[in-house]
Design a binder for this molecule. Structure first.
Ligand SMILES: [Zn+2]
Length: 155
């Protein structure tokens, strides 16, 4: 059988595949993909070869920058990004965890200077011994689990 992506093909755009099930919606919100007039196809809890469900997102006419793609690694370290042109995958890569994330999230610490001073937020990405990804604020030096950042997008 031909190896096929599991939802309708797009002419050009980006397919984010192998997102751990449950993270797809988070990523949509995070990348603010659901706004504007973008055509999106989302697959949730799709079956995989090793019986672990995955989410998949197709965004027509949008190519993620490498920076955006790597920020996905905070939520979906196993995700792969496929760049589609003319119905063909022209580039495929695995996301890489970024060293730092700047100007993306608000600091969850309400006493942090970033809430009163006009400075872009800046977090260092750390991985604990147990493999949990944490973000450490450059300003208040507190560390936070990525799950705390769901609603803290720095607009
Ligand atoms: Zn802070």
């Amino acid at each position: 059988m031909e190896k096929k992506l599991q939802v309708e093909a797009i002419e050009q755009g980006t397919v984010i595949d192998h997102i751990p099930a449950g993270q797809g919606i988070k990523i949509l919100r995070f990348l603010q993909l659901a706004d504007a007039n973008r055509r999106l196809t989302i697959g949730l809890n799709l079956p995989t070869h090793n019986d672990q469900a995955k989410d998949l997102i197709k965004v027509a006419d949008t190519i993620l920058t490498e920076e955006q793609a790597n920020q996905l690694a905070l939520f979906a370290p196993t995700a792969t990004v496929n760049v589609i042109e003319n119905y063909t995958v022209v580039r495929k890569f695995q996301v890489t965890q970024p060293q730092a994330v700047q100007g993306v999230f608000k600091c969850p610490n309400s006493n942090c200077i970033t809430h009163t001073e006009k400075v872009p937020s800046n977090f260092h990405v750390q991985t604990s011994k147990t493999g949990q990804i944490k973000l450490k604020c450059h300003y208040c030096e507190k560390s936070f689990a990525t799950s705390l950042f769901d609603e803290l997008k720095d607009a």
